[in-house]
Ligand binder design. Structure first.
Ligand SMILES: [Zn+2]
Length: 329
């Protein structure tokens, strides 16, 4: 992975390149920003550039070091990822053990992906490492929820904020992955909110069509009790359920915008205008519906073991009866 292969994030990449050129890389970085926009790719390209044997501020992709980084087997690259939805103590203990070994050449890069998933004990162990950073090592914390990190950890990081990807970058990524139909690319891009990962999930799991098949979510007053239970069961079995719930949120957001602006211009779901127009909720109820869908989505995120069918029943009953307090397992 090279910096030059990455779409978007030019400002952030230039900042890192400058650090390499001046030989002034921080011992700890925090890469923050929404999920799925390429923070980890930039971290890997940074690790490759720092260790490349041929080039100075970007990887060549051909030298022995670049090939080892690309295959994930370079001894200077340590990648820590959550397991079962959390970053457990054992992972950071193992990392500390590995950091005791000296490296022969280049710069060691530790990437801790999903840093907000550290349990308290993990954070405390990591903090000790950050207080006494190992020689010739750069630690990169990656997080979409930096607000949940300990202030003592935040204060030791050079923070780099990544923004959502622009429309052209998302469309280019979809095109590279073989999604060449302009209609699919356009809707996936609009629903993705600048996240390449989300755009690809939307394209691969058929969220665009599924979202249309659940248009009655906007007029749930007309769905019978039996229909509602059937819909909850069907929903709970859907692949990409989290993304589908995100798309429901955007539908309610569109309904709010439509009430205010009476224009398609800023809507995402332009292909569902009729359902948006006929939605019976008041403006206040739409805000409640939006928030209930978000609470439900959060309740099923890993490592949650929430019963999805019960959560979907509670969501649909809540939407029908205007109860916005969310599901309690
Ligand atoms: Zn190289």
């Amino acid at each position: 992975m090279r910096f030059s292969d990455i779409l978007g994030h030019k400002r952030e990449i230039n900042l890192l390149k400058k650090g390499i050129e001046l030989n002034r890389c921080a011992s700890t970085y925090l890469f923050s920003g929404p999920e799925g926009i390429g923070k980890r790719l930039v971290a890997l390209a940074f690790a490759a550039a720092l260790n490349c044997e041929a080039c100075k501020d970007d990887a060549c992709t051909e030298c022995a070091s670049c090939r080892l980084i690309a295959s994930g087997t370079h001894p200077n690259l340590l990648l820590v990822e959550p397991r079962g939805g959390t970053l457990k103590v054992a992972l950071v203990r193992e990392l500390k053990r590995l950091l005791n070994y000296r490296i022969d050449r280049g710069r060691r890069v530790v990437i801790i992906d999903g840093a907000h998933l550290m349990v308290r004990a993990t954070s405390n162990i990591l903090l000790k490492t950050l207080e006494e950073p190992p020689l010739n090592t750069t630690i990169i914390l990656i997080s979409s929820r930096p607000d949940t990190l300990l202030p003592t950890i935040l204060s030791r990081c050079q923070r780099i904020n990544f923004s959502p990807l622009k429309e052209e970058a998302i469309k280019e990524i979809l095109h590279r992955e073989g999604y060449t139909d302009p209609h699919t690319a356009d809707i996936a891009q609009r629903l993705s909110c600048g996240s390449a990962k989300r755009a690809l999930t939307i394209a691969t799991t058929g969220i665009i069509e599924k979202r249309r098949s659940y248009a009655s979510i906007l007029s749930i007053d007309h769905v019978t009790a039996t229909g509602l239970l059937h819909m909850a069961e069907k929903l709970s079995k859907e692949e990409g359920l989290e993304e589908l719930l995100e798309s429901f949120k955007i539908l309610f957001r569109d309904a709010i915008l439509w009430r205010v602006e009476h224009s398609e211009q800023r809507l995402v779901n332009t292909d569902m205008l009729e359902s948006i127009r006929l939605c019976p909720y008041s403006q206040e109820e739409l805000l409640g519906a939006y928030s209930l869908v978000e609470k439900t989505r959060e309740s099923i995120l890993p490592p949650s073991t929430t019963n999805k069918r019960l959560a979907m029943e509670a969501l649909l009953v809540g939407l029908k009866e205007r109860r916005w307090q969310g599901f309690v397992a």
